[in-house]
Every structure is written in C-alpha cells, then in structure tokens.
Design a protein around this ligand. Structure first.
Ligand code: ATP
Ligand code: MG
Length: 431
C-alpha cells in the first residue's frame, strides 16, 4: 500500500494552532518510548501526532493514563519502520510497538467518517466499517467522540492543533460532542456512557445537547456489543467513578438499557461509591468484586427476615441473582463463582461468630476477601462494626496459629461429616 493522499479538508475552516509558547505541554511529560515513535515517524516523512486522552490530560495538568499516536503512515508502513511492531485487531487495524518492560505504544492511521453511500448494507457492520476508513488528520479529528478528545499535539513543531473547538471547551470545562449528539449517539451508543464517564472523571459539565440526546437515544445502548459495554463499565470502576456514573445513568434512564435490565437502588449506589473510594486508595479492582457489589443489596433483601436462611438457600439466591448478568456478558464461571463466594462470605460474616463450620470458613482461601468486602459494607453504612471487629480478631488469631505451624497449609482437611458436632461457641484457633 502506498502512503495516504495529502490532507484534504473535512469541511470548511482551519484549525486553531497553539504554538509551543502558548500551551503547557512539555516533552518531559510524554513517555520516552512514545516520543521515540513520534520522532521516527516524523523523520521518515510521515505526520505524527499525539492524540486523544493524552493531549487532553496534559493540557489539564493531569497525568495521562496512556498515550496514543496517530499518523498518515498506513499500518503496513508503520510495521516496516519498527522492528518491534505487531499489527493487531482483526477489524480495527492498529500497530502496536513494543518496548522493554512490556510497554506498548499504539499507533493508528488517521481515519475518517465514511460517506453514507460507502457504508455496507448491513447496519450491524457500520460501526466497524466506520472505524477503518483512512482519512486526513482533520477528518480524523472529526470522527472522534468529544471535542476535548479531538486535540492533537504535533511532534513536528510541538504545537497543539485544534480542528474541533476542543480548546474552548477545555477552558469552559464542558463536554461537547463533535457534531450532532443525536447522530453520533445513534452511530455508536457507547458514547453515551463515555460522556457520563468523562463528566465524572474530569468534573466537567454536560453540554445541553448531550443530556437531551441521552434521554432520546438511551435505549439504543442495549444494542451495543456486550463485550464493549463490559469493558467500558470496568473502565468506570478502574477510574473510581462507578458511583457517580451509575447514579447519573440511573437518573437519566440509561442504566437498565446498559446492563440488561439492571436498576440500582440507593444502597447499591452508596456501596459503589465505597468501592470507588477503595480503588482511589490504590486497591486493585476485580470483576467479581464489581458483580458482588452490584448485587449485594438485592441479595441482602432476598434473605429471610428472621435470619434463618440456610447456607444452601443463600447459595441458591446468589446464583439466581448473578447468573443472568453473567450469561449476558459471557462472564466466566470462575468469576461468577468468586462473586458468589463474596456474597456467601458476606452472609456468613453478617450472622456473627459461633456458627457451625466457622473454623473451616476461617481457613478457606476466599474468606479474607469476603472479610474485606464485608468490612467495606460495614464502613460505608456504619453498621455491624462490632461484628466486624470480632471477625477481624478471629482471622488474625487464625493467621498467627497457622504461621506457628498448622499442618493444614491453607487447604481444608477432608473429613466426613458425622452429624452435629460443632460447638456453638467460637473456636478461635484452627484445629
Ligand atoms: P482514557 O484513555 O484516559 O480513558 P481516552 O480519551 O484516551 O481516555 P480511549 O478510550 O483511550 O479514551 O480512546 C482514545 C481516543 O479515541 C479518544 O480520546 C477519542 O478521541 C477516540 N475514541 C475512543 N472511543 C471512541 C468512540 N466510541 N467514538 C469516537 N471516538 C472514540
Ligand atoms: Mg487513552
């Protein structure tokens, strides 16, 4: 394949160009491998820009999560330039350039919106087709989602190039869709969720057009590929904004369309805010914890009010709650089982100490995580804190006795059950 044709204007108008002296982006803030890639492309006669969230975050004085590069070199041309380059993506062809320490720089060729007559007949193929038509830098800026995500940093003269009015919106701390929100949300409904995500992450306001379009186009998100939704929802948790985004999505009627009919009550929203707090304090977020947090309130409400639900019944309830969503998002059985362990662990812990099977529960490999989950709930709602303190003591005692030479090595000893034999009183040491 040859290089792409020279830049042609996507529409009227010229970009706003901020020279180096008028913006705060310094090469010191850009990852060294990314800089190497930009320079090499430029030195071989290609255009090379830093694009997307990296430019946005640097302009806001935030630390970017990652840096993306866009160029007029085709994926094949990029591969020829870098020894350590792999083309990835069956549908969206990207070049991944790998560096030591498993650092990957992602390089995309400028894309454009296809003209209506170019689109395939099957509307289901539109999204991926749209993602793969090469274009000019200006066209590439216009196919992006929000104006603040459409800014470029040009390695050739270190200027910031704004084709879409993103600088003005950054200044006004406003999230605005590039083009007509109704059209752009219809084209890709996942952008509605991204709008709520960026609003929460950056503390920006939503442009009125976005609000209206979410109310009007919300149901379309149910048609997005579940794998994409699953990934974007996990992004919310990784960025510790699940609480506010779920609250807003619920208020705007988007949530049930997003998550296969799911609705969040106040207790769940508060729990999600607790999960966010935990992530903001650097705890890793895993999908089974997300699932357990989403269904905890319903699980608690479904338990018998007299406190006499058996473990078997609790297991059954947890499965009934988790299975439909896990099936919809094709979540692995192992993840579902771990989410169920958290709910069952919560159930055991909330009943307090002194029940049958306690010693075994204390030794089980999933129990420390269940304790952490229970602790999160206790702290969010300021409930059962005395019960929590009791359990913490029991776990600490179990740990010190096992490090002192327990022969169980963390595995449950296999014993036959022979009728009732557990005392009702706590047994702080493992047998
Ligand atoms: P961050 O990486 O900090 O979450 P980001 O803006 O870089 O934020 P990415 O998901 O990494 O988000 O996407 C990179 C860029 O690709 C975006 O800034 C945007 O320009 C463009 N983009 C991503 N998703 C879409 C989409 N659904 N529609 C249009 N453009 C998109
Ligand atoms: Mg990014």
């Amino acid at each position: 394949m040859t290089g792409l044709e020279k830049e042609t204007d996507a529409g009227e108008g010229c970009p706003v160009i901020l020279p180096r002296s008028q913006h705060p982006i310094s090469r010191k803030h850009i990852n060294e491998h990314t800089l190497k890639v930009l320079y090499r492309l430029r030195n071989h006669g290609f255009k090379a820009y830093l694009v997307g969230g990296g430019v946005r975050d640097l302009l806001l004085g935030r630390r970017p999560k990652d840096f993306d590069v866009a160029t007029d070199a085709t994926p094949g041309q990029v591969r020829k330039l870098f020894r350590n380059c792999f083309l990835v993506g069956r549908r969206f062809r990207l070049a991944h350039i790998r560096f030591a320490g498993n650092y990957i720089v992602e390089v995309a060729t400028f894309r454009r919106q296809p003209r209506p007559e170019e689109l395939p007949e099957n509307p289901a193929e539109h999204f991926f087709f749209t993602e793969n038509v090469f274009g000019s830098p200006r066209e590439d800026a216009f196919r992006r989602d929000f104006t603040i995500n459409g800014l470029f940093y040009n390695i050739d003269d270190f200027s910031v190039v704004d084709h879409v009015g993103g600088l003005e919106d950054l200044e006004a701390r406003r999230l605005r869709v590039i083009g007509d929100p109704l059209v752009r949300f219809t084209e890709d409904p996942v952008r509605m969720l991204r709008a709520l995500e960026f609003k929460a992450r950056l503390g920006f306001s939503l442009d009125a057009g976005i609000r209206e379009a979410i109310y009007l186009r919300g149901p379309l998100i149910a048609e997005a590929a579940p794998a994409r939704i699953r990934e974007e929802v996990m992004e919310l948790f990784r960025h510790a904004v699940a609480g506010p985004v779920f609250r807003q999505a619920q208020a705007m009627g988007l949530l049930p369309h997003l998550l296969a009919g799911y609705e969040a009550n106040e207790e769940t929203l508060a729990m999600l805010a607790g999960v966010d707090q935990r992530t903001a304090n650097d705890a890793a977020i895993e999908e089974h914890l997300v699932l357990a947090a989403l269904f905890l309130s319903r699980f608690r409400n479904a338990l018998k009010s007299d406190g006499e639900t058996s473990i078997g019944e609790a297991l059954h309830l947890a499965n009934l709650l988790l299975t439909p969503m896990c099936a919809y998002f094709r979540i692995a059985h192992g993840t579902r089982a771990r989410a169920r362990d958290l709910l069952i662990g919560f159930f055991r812990l909330s009943r307090g100490r002194g029940r049958r099977g306690e010693a075994r529960f204390l030794r089980h490999s999933s129990s420390p995580q269940a304790l952490e989950f229970f602790a999160l709930w206790c702290e969010v709602f300021q409930q059962q804190l005395d019960v929590l303190a009791d359990w913490r003591q029991a776990f600490a005692a179990g740990e010190s006795s096992s490090t002192a030479g327990s022969k169980s090595k963390g595995r449950r000893p296999r014993r036959r059950r022979s009728g009732r034999r557990k005392p009702r009183k706590p047994a702080p040491k493992s047998e």
